[in-house]
Design a binder for this molecule. Structure first.
Ligand SMILES: Nc1ncnc2c1ncn2[C@@H]1O[C@H](COP(=O)(O)OP(=O)(O)OP(=O)(O)O)[C@@H](O)[C@H]1O
Length: 234
């Protein structure tokens, strides 16, 4: 269980996240929606420890959230061109390995086997040696998911992971994310601008407005009117 209590992050006078509290269950994919500027990215960055909250607490299974508990999938994949899919997955976990390995970029055979398994998880086992720039946008996002999984997180975060993909590819990438959350029993949180793509994979919805939550409900209790309301002028 991920517990967020009274989380606040301000930029100058602006409250990007305003006293937000919620709980997210393991093995579930939560879809985070809200208009531009509502605070979605700031919330995800606080959860990934890229931002320090000004107030509030975040805990996983009753322990304070540590930097290695969460992994973030970025909008554009943020992969390293010139490196293979496997190397990109392996590099994702470098900061969890001894410093000398980070320096020389050396990975053990067992670490490589695990990384290949992560590529298998996202349907890319046959693409391990392919330079990432020679993969399609959807395949690159899958490598980004495999790389996040390779960090062995408790919390899998994704910020607009399908924004640059066509709807069908976007749906398939979201299906990969949702399967990974279930199979690895993770706490999944993904922000989306096109919530229609997520209807078949969302277990829960969070809707943000002005840094706070205006929707926090299981997907079974959410209809299209509830989603529209999150995007209505408020
Ligand atoms: N680094 C920053 N410095 C100053 N203000 C910021 C910074 N990052 C975000 N903000 C402000 O905080 C608010 C929330 O921004 P955030 O990026 O979290 O929203 P969002 O819901 O992710 O928007 P979008 O859907 O457009 O990505 C916005 O008003 C934004 O201008």
């Amino acid at each position: 269980m991920l517990e967020i209590e009274s989380l606040t992050r301000r930029y100058g006078d602006e409250l990007a996240v305003d006293g937000l509290s919620t709980r997210l269950a393991r093995g579930e994919l939560t879809v985070l929606i809200g208009r531009s500027g509502a605070g979605k990215t700031t919330l995800l960055r606080c959860l990934d420890r890229l931002e320090s909250p000004d107030a509030g607490t975040i805990s996983v299974d009753d322990a304070s959230l540590a930097a290695t508990d969460a992994a973030l999938v970025f909008q554009s994949g943020a992969l390293v061109d010139g490196k293979s899919a496997l190397e990109n997955v392996l590099d994702g976990a470098l900061d969890r390995e001894p410093a000398w390995r980070e320096l020389v970029g050396w990975h053990s055979a067992s670490e490589k086997r695990v990384a290949v398994e992560r590529l298998h998880d996202v349907g890319l086992a046959g693409y391990a040696d392919r330079p990432v720039e020679a993969l399609s946008g959807g395949q690159q996002q899958r490598v980004g998911i495999a790389r996040a999984l390779h960090q062995r997180p408790d919390v899998l975060l994704a910020d607009e992971p399908v924004a640059s993909l066509d709807p069908e590819t976007g749906r398939s990438v979201l299906a990969v994310l949702s399967r990974a959350v279930r199979e690895h029993d993770l706490i999944g949180l993904v922000s989306l601008h096109q919530p229609g793509l997520a209807t078949s994979v969302a277990d829960h919805y969070l809707g943000m407005e002005h840094g706070g939550l205006v929707l926090d409900r299981p997907a079974a209790d959410v209809d299209s009117g509830d989603i529209e309301e999150v995007y209505a002028d408020g």
